[in-house]
Design a protein. Structure first.
Length: 92
C-alpha cells in the first residue's frame, strides 16, 4: 500500500466517498487505503469546511461581545426613537 497521498489525491478520494453510490470498502480497496484512513480524511475535510464557512471571526472575547451588543443597542435605540417621533407626530 502507498504510504503518502497528495492533497489532491486525498481530496478526490474524500469527494468520491461523499458523492458516489459506492461503498467505502470499495473506495478503500480501489485506492489502497484503510477505512480508518478514509474516515480520518473525511473528518478533517468536514472540519476544515466548517472553518471555511465561518464568518472568519474567532469566538468573541468579552470586549468584542460588549462592543457588538452596544452597537446593536444603539441601532435599536435609533429605530425606537424614530417610531416614537412618528407616533407623536401622527397623534397631534
Amino acid at each position: 500500500m502507498r504510504s503518502r497521498h497528495s492533497v489532491e489525491e486525498k481530496f478526490e478520494i474524500v469527494m468520491e466517498a461523499l458523492t458516489e453510490n459506492t461503498t467505502q470498502a470499495e473506495i478503500c480497496r480501489r485506492h489502497g487505503i484503510f477505512p480508518t484512513q478514509l474516515a480520518k480524511w473525511k473528518e478533517q475535510f468536514i472540519e476544515s469546511g466548517k472553518k471555511g464557512l465561518s464568518d472568519g471571526r474567532h469566538p468573541h472575547s468579552g470586549e468584542e461581545e460588549i462592543d457588538d451588543l452596544k452597537r446593536m443597542i444603539g441601532e435599536q435605540t435609533l429605530v425606537i426613537n424614530a417610531f416614537k417621533k412618528r407616533l407623536q407626530g401622527g397623534s397631534r
